[in-house]
Design a protein. Sequence first.
Length: 187
Amino acid sequence: MKKKEIALLWDEDTAFKRYLVDMGFNCDVVTQMVLVAPFFSLTGYKLLIVPAGFGNESYSKILVGLRAKSEHIKDFVEAGGTLFIFGALSNKDVYNWLPVKLKYVMGKRRVRILVVKKHKAAMIVEKEECMCDGYFTEVGEEGEIFLKEKGGKAILAIAEYGAGAIIATTIHEYPSRGFIEYCVGRR
């Protein structure tokens, strides 16, 4: 039996899963139907990824499941798991299922990255420029900003929550191997 590492929430198999598997990580795609099933548990996973576009029904229908299972996701993080969430691709309040406050403004553009504070999660991409799908205007009392675009808008924030963490980004690119290794090594 393979070791659980990453649960990738999406509507179907995706190239993101292939990217993670090709780097040597164990990754399961968890659809909305599986997520809301009474038998499903996040126990054993180290990292829960919610890809970009989760808040826009043109891309995904997973938001309904996130809201329905928000308490289970909160428990997962409190127990030591890492929740890694991308930009919603929606200006609606679609982060309201999180146990922390997060406000997002959509706006796709290429940005130059500014490291505000050193952290292993700041190695999410291994270059000075990247694509972003927006920025955060609020990260709540628990959140701390680690990356901004050169213009000063927040693009990566972390909220320590219980024994785990919530990492939120608007960077619209696959994360680096080092970043994923950091995330799965948290517990």
